[in-house]
Design a protein around this ligand. Structure first.
Ligand SMILES: Cc1cc2nc3c(=O)[nH]c(=O)nc-3n(C[C@H](O)[C@H](O)[C@H](O)COP(=O)(O)OP(=O)(O)OC[C@H]3O[C@@H](n4cnc5c(N)ncnc54)[C@H](O)[C@@H]3O)c2cc1C
Length: 319
């Protein structure tokens, strides 16, 4: 039986949904699933980790682990992988995963696959699927090493609510501090806006909105929907939107339940960041815009007319 260790994604003490998604997937391929949770004051998350489908919970809970640091975090994952006898270690997609996964792979002498969208265990052995070259090709990669470390693309797997685990907590000692790099402080975007990566709905604005006035109009739609507010690169390059809001190949990868692209043409580099969305609605005045090729719903029209109508209709629905 395969043994999959999932690295819990915890942000400000809150367990992210990617952890349950990965545990559900591990169970669906018939693997024994364990989880490793790293941080400070996180022991209270154990019931959630059990409910999410883990059968063993490796907990590294120490004051020194309050702020993310790739070296010590990797040491915890390697320790848990060793104790569990994991043949696969899965991370959800995040900046910290991208920094930790290669360190873990090197220490475990494992293959390292990034941005995978599927894992299969069949007669052909272990294989992973990953989009490459801005989603132009889908690679199926056979893993020839005994161990695999993988970073899973956001939204690739779904939570199976029927999955559950059993409680078996193993406490890990705090690792030695990393003397080469010490994180002193994390400065986060203090805007208080909904994080794009976590948002259930994302509304993104493109060059079609032209200027600040157009952006404000689209932002109002995002606010009505309690949605994350994203952008195409065109609006970032023009200085209208911060890079932290850019969706795409060189920005954030999002996979919300609903993605609304407003005045965005649908360049392949933009699609690379949002094509995993469950439902896509595009608003564009050009019926030939490539975004309509991947949209589930399309509105051909001038966004300056369409967005206010949408907002009015939303108001009615809410009332
Ligand atoms: C290496 C590289 C990396 C890149 N990375 C990214 C990335 O991460 N993210 C990203 O987004 N792009 C990225 N790009 C840029 C990408 O190629 C496109 O240039 C960009 O996505 C275009 O943004 P846009 O759709 O807003 O603008 P445009 O392509 O100019 O499209 C604007 C759209 O708005 C429509 N429109 C105009 N007026 C209205 C109106 N009144 N009402 C309704 N619709 C209207 C037009 O019909 C058009 O379809 C990258 C490019 C390169 C080369």
């Amino acid at each position: 039986m395969a043994k999959v260790l999932v690295v819990a994604e915890i942000k400000q003490g809150v367990l992210k949904s990617s952890t349950a998604e990965l545990l559900s997937k591990a169970k669906s391929i018939g693997a024994e699933a364990a989880v490793v949770a790293i941080g400070s004051g996180i022991e209270g998350l154990v019931p959630e980790l059990v409910k999410a489908g883990s059968d063993t919970q490796y907990i590294a809970d120490d004051q020194s682990l309050e702020l993310f640091s790739a070296g010590p975090y990797a040491a915890c994952v390697v320790e848990a992988a060793g104790q569990f006898g994991a043949d696969q270690v899965w991370f959800g997609f995040s900046e910290s995963s991208k920094a930790t996964a290669p360190r873990v792979a090197a220490q475990l002498d494992a293959a390292c696959a990034s941005e995978i969208t599927d894992v299969t265990l069949g007669d052909d052995g272990l294989q992973v699927v990953r989009p490459a070259i801005t989603n132009k090709v889908i690679q199926r990669v056979k893993i020839n090493t005994d161990k695999l470390v993988a970073v899973v693309r956001a939204g690739a797997f779904e939570i199976d609510e029927s999955v559950s685990g059993s409680q078996n907590v193993v406490k890990l000692d705090a690792p030695a501090p990393d003397l080469k790099a010490v994180i002193k402080e994390l400065v986060s975007d203090a805007s208080g806006e909904i994080d794009l990566a976590d948002a259930d709905v994302v509304v993104s604005v493109g060059r079609g909105a032209r200027n600040e006035e157009g952006i404000a109009l689209v932002k109002e739609l995002a606010d009505d929907l309690n949605a994350g507010f994203g952008s195409s690169r065109a609006m970032v390059d023009a200085g209208f939107m911060p890079h932290s809001k850019q969706v795409g190949q060189t920005g954030k990868i999002v996979a919300p339940n609903l993605y609304i692209a407003v005045g965005i043409s649908g360049a392949i580099q933009h699609l690379a960041g949002m094509s995993g969305s469950k439902v896509v609605l595009a608003i564009n005045k050009d019926p030939e815009a490539p975004i309509f090729n991947i949209a589930d719903y399309g509105i051909v029209g001038d966004l300056f007319e369409v967005v206010p109508i949408l907002r009015e209709e939303l108001k009615k629905v809410k009332a």
